[in-house]
Design a protein around this ligand. Structure first.
Ligand SMILES: NC(=O)c1ccc[n+]([C@@H]2O[C@H](COP(=O)([O-])OP(=O)(O)OC[C@H]3O[C@@H](n4cnc5c(N)ncnc54)[C@H](O)[C@@H]3O)[C@@H](O)[C@H]2O)c1
Length: 362
């Protein structure tokens, strides 16, 4: 077991614990003051059958008031209707402000359970137990929670720091191949925006990582969490620097919406990164060699860099209605050079169309 701690506004706030099992989780939750309290496990219809029993058994050491709420797996559940169902469930279980919510699942579960916890009774504590590559490397850290609204990604939400993040890398074994690979969209992002030697490390260990070598996966997840921790500690509520974590997401989210969420989030991030790389290259911020090498790496990891059936004008329109717009300007992340992301507010519609064109497979 090892751990890193995350501060919020300069004060230690929560720990990220890396372990190869769930044993030990109850002790941490007891130390947070929740022994004997009501604990609601929020999970989805897939993860409930895989890990809920084990977590319940673990928690039975500290509380006999553990209950579970599950919702249909997938992005389609990430809406206010599910949040309302969770409120009703918590009310039915007589939850009060001293009780605890646990998010057990991927990024969708973390975002839903976190937002329910942020808003129920003006906020109850919650623990993240992420079970996908994407959630372990990215979404469980940093306190962004929320749901989609009216077709727009993460349109309604809140910043709510977890009380603890428990990362059991063994659970990645049960992820199906496409889900597993999709998570690498965010992983590669971390190398590209902040640490080029980590990006090279990913290339060097690609085969073993994709073969799910447990030790290497742990090392990789820890490094991603460290990078994210360093960014969110400096700018927890995205007033500036934190926006670099959106590298690949501005076009990625528009593609995700255009494809009606039929492509996974991590896959759309990969497409968005490829477009942003080409715009960076066109501006002379990265070399043609780097552009091609990075694009090839994204493909080598099994992620898409081109997509058929995209309408570039429609994607641009969708981007303009995204919440990352800053007035009429799009806040767009480019690389300058690889390993260093920059927030740009002067990217033109022409450049955006050029980037989108590069991912369109005719
Ligand atoms: N809050 C943030 O900072 C942040 C950051 C990045 C992404 N996100 C959000 O995360 C979401 C994507 O997360 P995701 O890719 O984890 O999707 P997800 O939560 O839908 O999980 C993907 C699928 O894998 C299944 N699954 C989860 N763990 C499993 C396991 N161990 N074994 C077998 N199956 C398992 C789930 O049931 C689901 O069907 C998007 O909604 C995105 O917007 C949030």
């Amino acid at each position: 077991m090892n751990r890193i701690s995350v501060s919020y506004n300069g004060k230690p706030c929560y720990e990220i614990v890396f372990h190869d099992r769930f044993a030990g989780l109850a002790g941490f939750i007891r130390d947070l003051g929740f022994a004997g309290r009501r604990i609601a496990i929020i999970t989805d219809s897939t993860v409930i059958g895989l890990y809920e029993r084990e977590i319940r058994e673990e928690l039975s050491q500290i509380s006999d008031r553990v209950c579970t709420f599950s919702f249909p797996a997938g992005e389609d559940s990430k809406h206010l209707g599910t949040i309302e169902q969770i409120y009703s469930f918590l009310i039915g279980e007589h939850f009060d402000r001293h009780d605890l919510v646990i998010a057990l699942g991927g990024g969708v579960t973390g975002d839903i359970a976190g937002f329910a916890a942020a808003s129920y009774l003006r906020g109850v504590s919650f623990v993240q137990v992420p079970t996908t590559v994407l959630a372990q490397c990215d979404s469980s850290v940093g306190g962004k929670t929320g749901v989609d609204f009216s077709g727009y990604k993460n349109m309604v939400g809140a910043f709510k720091m977890p009380a603890l993040v428990w990362i059991n890398t063994q659970v990645l074994k049960t992820l199906d191949e496409r889900q597993f690979i999709a998570g690498f969209g965010e992983v590669l992002k971390y190398g590209l925006i902040r640490d080029v030697s980590f990006f090279d490390w990913l290339i060097e260990h690609r085969e073993k990582l994709l073969a799910r070598d447990a030790e290497l996966l742990s090392e990789m997840i820890r490094r991603c969490c460290e990078i994210k921790r360093d960014v969110v500690e400096q700018d927890p509520e995205e007033k500036g620097l934190r926006a670099i974590l959106n590298f690949g997401h501005t076009i990625g989210h528009a593609v995700e919406k255009y494809l009606r969420f039929n492509r996974m989030h991590g896959e759309c991030v990969a497409l968005g990164m490829r477009a942003a790389l080409d715009i960076s290259c066109r501006r002379g911020l990265i070399s043609r060699d780097d552009d091609e090498r990075i694009s090839k790496t994204i493909e080598d990891f099994g992620l898409p860099v081109r997509e058929s059936g995209l309408d570039k004008d429609e994607i641009l329109t969708l981007m303009r209605s995204d919440k990352k717009m800053d007035g009429d300007n799009i806040s767009f992340i480019l690389l300058d050079p690889p390993g260093n992301a920059r927030i740009m507010r002067d990217v033109t519609a022409d450049e955006l169309l050029y980037g989108i064109e590069q991912i369109c497979l005719s």
